[in-house]
Design a protein. Structure first.
Ligand SMILES: Cc1ncc(COP(=O)(O)O)c(C=O)c1O
Length: 321
């Protein structure tokens, strides 16, 4: 129904797989697709479950760069340069965890064209689909990809704040004739785990059909909006930090000043912050980046807590200057 409302044609309940969260469906969909040595293009920074699940299912991860100086947008030419005879799929995470980037139509169309030309499967992880801020617009990949096999992943964990329910879905769309064998493999693997959590599934219709409280949370004055603004303000005031404005999801991917480079990397920073200042952040390189000067923070705590956190970050960095 959600896909039909978005104007994605040809999708029926037969093309929808329900899983114990998107996490399980990422694993299932890669297991159904990959033969040993097949390659999958995954963004860097990534949501690391994607890279891990490719490797666990016998595949090889090729990271395409979504670099800071390009606003964390994928570079279509860079993605194309990684494609070879073994490439099977392109993973796109939009809105993005950890960068908060929301991809524009030109970028998405460029990726869809690559998938069409090279007959690659598109795997669109859109679990943050309604978490966008200011004038950012979320464009579902499947609306652009009628001539490629496209898998859209979403669920109850983020937009509906019910991660403990363990409900996610994966919807096949586009060139379904080419996906028959793939869908059949998904059916077999889904049957192997018998079913996904049933009580959680009862919440899906109410969540998707009911009042969309997320809209108020991400609008100016809303709880998530205000927390994100507090992060943007504090990074702006900092002598040590810079960041792209997160336009979606619930994270900011923050860069440490170059003066720390070579002597205080992201792992050391995160550990010291935790042990000495009792603040938990995720080191940037845990999202499979080649650089070590970023960290990820969530924009979930209230503004008061965020201010305390940034006071402590400043104190920690001050001690290293
Ligand atoms: C991009 C992305 N995909 C998937 C997931 C996993 O979601 P689920 O709780 O549905 O397994 C997360 C959770 O952090 C995520 O950030």
């Amino acid at each position: 129904m959600q896909q039909q409302n978005r104007g994605i044609s040809g999708v029926t309940a037969d093309e929808v797989f329900i899983g114990n969260g998107v996490s399980e469906l990422i694993d299932l969909s890669l297991r159904a697709l990959l033969n040993p040595g097949d390659e999958v293009l995954v963004p860097s920074p990534d949501y690391p479950l994607w890279s891990a699940a490719v490797a666990l299912n016998g595949g090889v991860v090729r990271h395409y760069s979504c670099s800071t100086d390009k606003g964390f947008l994928p570079d279509v030419a860079d993605i194309e340069s990684l494609i070879n005879g073994k490439t099977k799929a392109i993973v796109v995470i939009n809105p993005n965890n950890p960068s908060g980037a929301v991809y524009d139509e030109k970028t998405l169309t460029g990726i869809v064209e690559l998938a069409e030309r090279h007959k690659l499967v598109l795997m669109a992880d859109e679990i943050y689909d309604q978490m966008v801020y200011d004038d950012a617009e979320f464009i579902p990949m499947a609306t652009l990809a009628s001539n490629a096999v496209c898998l859209t992943f979403s669920g109850l964990s983020k937009v509906y704040r019910a991660c403990g329910y363990r409900v996610g879905w994966c919807v096949f769309s586009g060139e379904l004739d080419r996906a028959e064998e793939y869908i059949h493999s998904m059916e077999l693997l889904s049957a192997l785990r018998l079913c996904s959590n049933v009580p959680g599934q009862w919440a899906v219709q109410t969540a998707l059909g009911g009042f969309q409280s997320i809209r108020e949370l991400v609008a100016p004055g809303g709880r998530l909006y205000q927390s994100r603004q507090a992060v943007i303000d504090r990074v702006g005031e900092s002598r040590f930090l810079t960041a792209q404005r997160p336009m979606g999801a619930m994270y900011a991917f923050i860069r440490l000043d170059p003066r720390f480079s070579g002597r205080f990397d992201d792992q050391a920073f995160a550990l010291e912050l935790l042990e000495s200042h009792h603040v938990l952040v995720a080191p940037g390189s845990s999202f499979n980046t080649p650089y070590t000067d970023h960290f990820r923070i969530t924009t979930l705590p209230d503004t008061e807590t965020i201010n305390i956190v940034f006071d402590r970050i400043e104190t920690c960095l001050e001690q290293h200057t």
